[in-house]
Design a protein around this ligand. Structure first.
Ligand SMILES: [Zn+2]
Length: 355
């Protein structure tokens, strides 16, 4: 008999065991780590264009409910600030605690996620890109997705720093490919020139995203400060920083790096009051942060700087500056999180979910 069959039976058996609550029996014997889980936005319907949500960072309401219900059945859900305190030997947490976070500051966090969090009294932290809310200026990733998805042009030839990105745009597949290459080039470039490059892409493709007139894709809209205030008043939801313009700090000149985190914290303080705030790096992969960026984030007044590399948080071993997180995307099955939470690093999130 081929060996693959017993392996498949075993895999199905483990999945069934975990789905039926077996994890609760197994957890006390697993290593005691805390974890930070990351979401971005939610959607309640399919995207209108193929270039939107290609990395699955906006998950469906149904998937969000399934994952949250599974997490709350199996893990103590705690405030992020308590988890960060525990890393430095502060308040001790229950075994295998999990803190929920959201990146960027999408309005769907309020409209679609908050009702479920409030219903079950689940604490969460939302990391805000302050220019996104303050000026309702679209995130650069949304600008590029929109321009590539909707242009009438049939080919593009765009220079970003010394990299030429070109291709034809005759099918969804070609548009998704070009989008991937544009995003990679933009992530690698000097981040202080991101606005300039996005403008050049929009000019060449003849399309510009204006959030004020964009009512056909609610997933791109930012939270309003009124919605932020209402969630903050509940005591369940706290707010941290995610830079001012969603730039990759590790690829910023030092002066711009300092300005990004300082401005971000100043706006949060003026809008929400003078509190100790958490920070999450945009993108958050190796190379997107450094010792210099950790120092800039700390100097701006933030208490931690979270990355998107997967791993456990362990008191006395994990630094709050560089604390890992587990990312959830559109194709994440709740049971597949077991491997990533209990056996860290076993399963990596797709590369597209960190924008
Ligand atoms: Zn982000």
């Amino acid at each position: 008999m081929p060996i693959v069959k017993p392996i498949n039976w075993l895999r199905r058996g483990v999945k069934e065991f975990l789905a039926r609550g077996g994890l609760r029996l197994a957890l006390p014997f697993c290593p005691d780590h805390a974890h930070i889980v990351t979401f971005h936005g939610l959607i309640d319907g399919p995207p209108r264009y193929a270039t939107e949500n290609t990395g699955g960072k906006h998950i469906s309401v149904e998937d969000f409910q399934r994952i949250i219900n599974w997490l709350r059945r199996h893990f103590p859900l705690v405030h992020l600030h308590d988890l960060i305190d525990s890393l430095a030997g502060g308040k001790q947490l229950p075994r295998n605690s999990v803190a929920i976070t959201f990146d960027d500051g999408y309005e769907s966090n309020y409209l679609l996620a908050y009702p479920l969090l409030r219903k079950h009294a689940i604490p969460a932290t939302v990391f805000l890109t302050t220019r996104f809310l303050e000026e309702r200026a679209p995130l650069w990733t949304c600008r590029v997705e929109y321009a590539v998805g909707r242009t009438q042009r049939t080919e593009a030839r765009i220079e970003i720093e010394s990299t030429m990105v070109s291709g034809t745009l005759n099918s969804d597949r070609e548009r998704i490919e070009l989008l991937g290459r544009l995003k990679s080039a933009l992530k690698a470039t000097d981040q202080s020139r991101l606005d300039e490059y996005c403008e050049s892409i929009e000019n060449q493709l003849g399309v510009r995203l204006d959030l004020a007139g964009d009512d056909d894709e609610p997933a791109r809209q930012p939270l309003s400060w009124g919605q932020v205030g209402e969630m903050a008043d509940s005591g369940l939801i706290s707010f941290g920083g995610h830079s001012h313009r969603h730039v990759i700090l590790g690829r910023c000149p030092e002066e711009r790096m300092g300005e990004e985190v300082r401005l971000c914290n100043e706006i949060l303080q003026s809008r929400l009051g003078d509190a100790q705030r958490t920070f999450a790096y945009p993108n958050g992969k190796p190379g997107d942060y450094s010792q210099t960026s950790h120092e800039a984030v700390a100097a701006a007044g933030f208490s931690c700087a979270l990355i998107t590399v997967e791993g456990p948080c362990t008191a006395g071993r994990t630094s709050p500056f560089g604390a890992p997180r587990v990312s959830v995307s559109g194709d994440t099955e709740p049971w597949s999180l077991v491997g990533r939470l209990v056996r860290p690093g076993a399963n990596r999130a797709p590369a597209g979910t960190e924008d």
